[in-house]
Design a protein around this ligand. Structure first.
Ligand SMILES: [Zn+2]
Length: 331
């Protein structure tokens, strides 16, 4: 869902600095590809072997599993663009012996679903896109005669970690699977789930505050990673349709699409520009410059956990706080 900006993302530079950080800290959770979280005692039985495809989910699963899991996140540390990742034979090894595999699903990380099938055929699987239900829920609300809606009807936006309801559903499913796999640890996993809910309060509060204070405000985005969260916040997507269709279909926006975007910004037709800093290239740069020139606030978001984010909650709340400030919520 990155469009023309996809091939030039900045993941590689981040990887280099992150591996230095990991070395300096003596290894932290989720700090490098294929890292294994050390179990930290405390678990009454031997920990479950869990494999997660990407770190957007890996951190959540680690929080839920705690000491009663050993979590391997295959793509961690923003080292690789998940859209473009192709597993090496060594990545299959990570799946061997897995008792639970957590994938994003859809086309986002199909490699992980395939590796789970071949290397861990008996593992339980949690699939976030499946839990998101595609667009099955709201099919009836869509006008199928409108060709502009076709793409959205037939494929869910894969960035489902940006949907608060899906984060809750994945957390519930992970806790349920872990408890099934180790009945002796079920009480522990229930406690972890409650702690996770408590730690998500500031995320829930940030979402609620923006919904209350800024619903109906308009945004445009250089790409669609944040769109589902924006919808959950009640924001109105004013990204020019041609640009958005090109971007969602991984095509190059036409000069007319780009013009429409630049004009929208020059006319101050939106309240905020959402900018994925893991994209780079002349088109996003032009768009950002136009927003800045027009005095439209730019809010930075990322596809994956950025270096320095201590948790999913820290990452998401940081972004939501920036958005709230840009939209004049709270203060
Ligand atoms: Zn993406």
């Amino acid at each position: 869902m990155i469009g023309s900006t996809r091939k030039s993302r900045t993941f590689v530079g981040i990887a280099a600095s992150l591996s230095l950080m990991a070395a300096a800290c003596g290894g932290t959770e989720n700090s490098g590809a294929g890292d294994r979280t050390p179990a930290q005692g405390d678990c009454p039985v031997s920990p479950l072997d869990v494999v997660v495809s990407v770190d957007q989910w890996g951190d959540i699963v680690s929080q839920l599993g705690g000491a009663c899991t050993e979590v391997t996140t295959v793509l961690a540390g923003s080292s690789v663009d998940p859209h473009d990742f192709e597993p090496a034979p060594s990545d299959a090894v990570a799946f061997e012996g897995a008792q639970l595999v957590v994938v994003n699903g859809g086309h986002y990380d199909e490699w992980a679903t395939k590796l789970a099938e071949t290397s861990a055929p008996d593992a339980a699987v949690v699939n976030a896109v499946d839990l998101a239900g595609g667009h099955a829920d709201d099919h009836d609300d869509h006008d199928h005669d409108d060709p502009a809606h076709d793409d959205h009807d037939h494929s869910v936006n894969p960035h489902v970690w940006y949907r608060p309801d899906v984060v809750t559903a994945v957390a519930d499913a992970v806790t349920a699977k872990l408890s099934e796999l180790s009945a002796d640890s079920a009480g522990y996993f229930t406690e972890r789930r409650a702690e996770f809910a408590a730690s998500m309060q500031r995320y829930d509060d940030a979402v609620a505050a923006i919904r209350t204070g800024a619903a109906g405000k308009r945004y445009a985005a250089v790409e669609g990673v944040f769109d589902d969260m924006a919808a959950a916040l009640g924001l109105v997507n004013r990204t020019p349709q041609g640009y958005q269709v090109a971007s969602n279909n991984e095509g190059e926006p036409s000069p007319a699409d780009l013009d429409a975007f630049l004009t929208l910004l020059a006319d101050r037709g939106v309240d905020v520009l959402i900018y994925n800093v893991q994209t780079e290239g002349s088109v996003p740069e032009q768009i950002r410059a136009a927003a800045e020139q027009a005095g439209i606030p730019v809010v930075e978001v990322t596809e994956t956990l950025p270096p320095g984010a201590e948790s999913f909650q820290d990452w998401q709340v940081g972004q939501l706080d920036s958005l709230a400030r840009a939209l004049g919520v709270g203060a």
